[in-house]
Design a protein around this ligand. Structure first.
Ligand code: AMP
Length: 352
C-alpha cells in the first residue's frame, strides 16, 4: 500500500544521513520524526519531531513507533531486540541489520551466496589470531566484528612482530582477519529494492579513501572498474534480494585482478551515494523514502557525463565562504557543530 503524503516517517538515528532523508521526505509531503540519543542531532533541525532516547530502550522505541506510519534507520549499529516488535512497520527489517552489523555473520552470508570476498578468518583470541596469520599470510587487516566505521577498529599486520600490537589496538575484541587485497580501485553499488522486489541501481562510483575515510567519489569510475560494473551490479542486486531488503543499500567493492571483491555491505543510504542528489534523476534519499513508503522507484540515470563528490572533513568546512560562491558547486553543510578531525561536516557535488 502506498503511504499518502502527510504520513509520518520515523527515522532511527539523527546524523547527516537522517538529515538528508528527512529533507527528501519533506519534498514528498511526509513528516519525519527523528529518534536519537544525542541532545541536538543534526537531522532534528530539518524534521517535524524529535524524540531523545536510547537505542536500547525497547519501550521508548515502541512508543516512538506508535506515532509513525513507517520506521526506518540511518545506520546499522543498532541493537535489534528493541526493533523486533515493529514487524513490517520497520523497513528495511531487522534481517538486514543482523547480517551487516557483524563482519563475521556478513562474511558467512556472502560466502553462502557464492560472492567473491577476501580470504578471512574469525579471530577471538591470540591463539586464533596466530592460526589466521599462518593460514592467510601477510599483510592482513584485523577488523573488529562490530561497531567499526570509517577505518576505526582496524589494524594492519604486516609481520609477525605486529600481531600483539594490532590485537591490543583493536581492544582485544572479537574480530575478523582479512587478507590484504591488491586492488586497482574501490567502488560501490548503491541499490534500491521496493517492497514487491522491484530494483533500481545507480551507475557505480570510484571511491577514494584516505585513512579509512571516504574523501571523494567520481563518476564515471574509469577502467578497470567500468569493466567490473555489470558483475558488481548483479552481485549487489542478488544480495538485496537474499536479504529481502526494502529501501536503499550499498555494497562496497575492490576492483581486483580476479574480478570485483565485496568488502562490505551497508543496509542504508551511503556517503558514496551523496552525488545522486544533484547528479542523478533521483537521489538515493528520495529513492529510499519511495521504497519504504511503497511508492514506485524512479529513474537512476546520470544527468551529466561527469559527477564528483568531495567530503568536507573536519576543518575542510572552514572553506565554506569560498565554496558557497563557487559557480556550479552544490554545497551541503550538516550543521554538526564542532569540526573535529575526521568528522564529516558536509560535502560538495560538482556536475558536468
Ligand atoms: P572498511 O571499514 O572495511 O570499509 O575498510 C576501510 C578501508 O580499508 C577500505 O576502504 C580499504 O581502503 C581498506 N581495506 C579494508 N579491507 C581491506 C582489505 N582486505 N585489503 C586491503 N585494503 C582493505
Amino acid at each position: 500500500m502506498r503511504l499518502a503524503p502527510g504520513s509520518t516517517i520515523g527515522i532511527i538515528g539523527g546524523g547527516q544521513l537522517g538529515r538528508m532523508l528527512a529533507i527528501a521526505a519533506a519534498q514528498l509531503g511526509y513528516r519525519c520524526h527523528i529518534f536519537d540519543p544525542h541532545e541536538a542531532p543534526c537531522a532534528a533541525d530539518v524534521a517535524a519531531d524529535f524524540t531523545r532516547g536510547s537505542f536500547e530502550d525497547a519501550a521508548g522505541i515502541a512508543a516512538f513507533a506508535a506515532n509513525c506510519d513507517v520506521v526506518t534507520y540511518e545506520f546499522e549499529n543498532l541493537p535489534t531486540a528493541p526493533l523486533d516488535g515493529l514487524g513490517d512497520k520497520l523497513r528495511p527489517g531487522t534481517h538486514s541489520l543482523t547480517v551487516t552489523q557483524d563482519r563475521s555473520v556478513e562474511k558467512g552470508f556472502l560466502e553462502a551466496a557464492g560472492v567473491r570476498i577476501a580470504p578471512w578468518a574469525q579471530v577471538d583470541d591470540e591463539t586464533s589470531l596466530a592460526a589466521a596469520i599462518d593460514r592467510l599470510g601477510f599483510p592482513l587487516l584485523l577488523k573488529t566484528r562490530r561497531f567499526g566505521y570509517d577505518g576505526k577498529g582496524q589494524a594492519w599486520i604486516c609481520s609477525p612482530g605486529d600481531a600483539a600490537a594490532a590485537w591490543e589496538q583493536i581492544g582485544k575484541r572479537p574480530a575478523v582477519a582479512e587478507k590484504g587485497m591488491q586492488f586497482s580501485g574501490e567502488f560501490s553499488v548503491i541499490a534500491a529494492r521496493g517492497k514487491g522486489g522491484a530494483g533500481a541501481v545507480w551507475p557505480v562510483s570510484r571511491n577514494i579513501h584516505d585513512g579509512g575515510i571516504l574523501r571523494r567519489s567520481e563518476i564515471p569510475p574509469g577502467p578497470p572498474i567500468e569493466d567490473q560494473e555489470v558483475e558488481a551490479v548483479q552481485v549487489a542486486s542478488m544480495i538485496a534480494d537474499r536479504l529481502g531488503h526494502v529501501g536503499v543499500m550499498t555494497v562496497e567493492f575492490f576492483a581486483c585482478a580476479e574480478g570485483p571483491v565485496v568488502n562490505e555491505i551497508a543496509p542504508r543510504v551511503h556517503n558514496s551515494g551523496h552525488w545522486t542528489t544533484e547528479g542523478s534523476v533521483t537521489s538515493q534519499f528520495e529513492q529510499h523514502i519511495r521504497a519504504i513508503c511503497g511508492l514506485p522507484l524512479r529513474d537512476t540515470r546520470l544527468i551529466a557525463d561527469r559527477v564528483s563528490m568531495d567530503n568536507l572533513i573536519g576543518s575542510d568546512v572552514d572553506q565554506w565562504d569560498a565554496l558557497i560562491g563557487e559557480p556550479g558547486a552544490h554545497v551541503h553543510f550538516y550543521n554538526k557543530g564542532e569540526a573535529r578531525p575526521g568528522r564529516k561536516m558536509g560535502h560538495v557535488t560538482r556536475v558536468g
